[in-house]
Ligand binder design. Structure first.
Ligand code: PMP
Length: 352
């Protein structure tokens, strides 16, 4: 607390990211990072960009990266926005698109940054309860709304809506901005990007942090109608003209260009997810079907807080949210086979 704070700062309740502990030999399954590392070509491109040219500012418009993303997703370069992680892209979307007189709608259980942005940017919001099975029900969004944001697959549940369901949501709200946060879509979801062509109100946000194993580089992006992108760019250029450094722009381009590496590592994560789910089910956990690189699992009898603490004592870190309805769930990132084995062995010890 300080008397020098602005009144706004007193009202904030900041987002709390998953911890990044510096403990040796830790099995870190708490922040949905990729266990497989980025494309070696991306690492080479980052190294090549980290030279004498760093004395110069980067391209403020990240045009080469936006062109690469546009070609990759089959859209025009004017339909692509990039930012310092998708968190920053989302922040600009909240600022540029989501604050209206009627409330912004999002699920009651979802990415916990959304209410934080609402408070920071003074966006009125209402949460819509997930169904009993933790799925988003599109029909529940038939109510007055200024805008809608949905994570698909949702976090921390991993449950996905189909593209057809997103199309229904868009059909019911043709005049409202709709943001679909696809941070985890590459692990089995259906992207809404093909719907952008017919929906000028749709913004799709993706990240390189998960499926491209570049969480440390901080690159996220959005795809939508050129007019929506212009709105984001206006906010960005009123905040930070150079959100992506030279190494980030170069590394992100090389990652997108290495399709074979991307396909291989996401296939490994999807195979690991199946192994993780089978191992958990054999130990009396249940979890909704996940389309993400994590599983949201709950034991039939043991409290989540106790299990998380016992796992931690054995060097395995998972994420738990102290929130209504989900306090007994553990969100477990899909690790390597070796990490999954360490988790399952620790659970065998704990469960006896
Ligand atoms: N959206 C969702 C649903 C997430 O879980 C995350 C990761 N915490 C993000 C966006 C942000 O990811 P990043 O800023 O690394 O792109």
């Amino acid at each position: 607390m300080s008397r020098f704070w602005s009144p706004l700062v007193h009202t904030l309740s900041p987002y709390v990211p998953g911890e990044q502990p510096k403990i040796a030999d830790l099995v870190k399954l708490n922040t949905n990072e990729s266990p497989y590392g980025p494309s070696p070509k991306a690492v080479d491109a980052i190294a090549a960009a980290a030279g004498e040219a760093l004395r110069l500012y980067p391209d403020p418009t990240s045009t080469a990266l936006r062109e690469t993303l546009a070609a990759h997703h089959g859209v025009a370069v004017e339909q692509v926005f990039v930012g310092n992680g998708s968190d920053e892209v989302l922040a600009h979307a909240f600022r540029a698109l989501l604050g209206h007189e009627s409330p912004l709608l999002f699920p009651d259980i979802t990415y916990s940054f959304y209410p934080t942005y609402c408070r920071l940017f003074d966006v009125a919001y209402e949460t819509v309860p997930l169904a009993e099975d933790l799925s988003v029900r599109i029909e529940d969004y038939r109510r007055p709304a200024g805008a809608i944001i949905v994570a698909n697959p949702n976090a921390p549940t991993g449950v996905a809506l189909t593209r057809a369901e997103i199309a229904c949501l868009l059909a019911e709200h043709p005049d409202k901005p709709v943001v679909i946060d696809e941070a985890y879509v590459d692990f089995g979801g259906e992207s809404a990007i093909p719907l952008v062509a017919d929906h000028p109100n749709l913004l799709v946000v993706q990240t390189m942090s998960k499926s491209r194993a570049l969480a440390g580089l901080r690159v996220g992006y959005a795809i939508g109608d050129a007019a929506l992108i212009e709105g984001l760019t206006r906010v960005k250029d009123s905040f930070n003209s150079y959100p992506l450094g030279r190494p980030a722009q170069a590394g992100a381009i090389a990652s997108i260009e290495d399709e074979a590496f991307f396909q291989d590592s996401r296939a490994k994560v999807i195979a690991g997810r199946l192994r993780l789910v089978e191992g958990l089910e054999a130990r009396c956990f249940s979890a909704p079907a996940s389309s993400a690189n994590f599983v949201f699992a709950r034991h039939e009898s043991r409290p989540g807080a106790e299990l998380a603490a016992e796992l931690r004592a054995r060097g395995v870190i998972v994420r738990r949210f102290d929130a209504p309805r989900i306090g007994d769930h553990l969100r477990i990132t899909v690790g390597t086979d070796g990490q999954i084995d360490r988790l399952l062995t620790a659970l065998d010890e704990i469960l006896g």
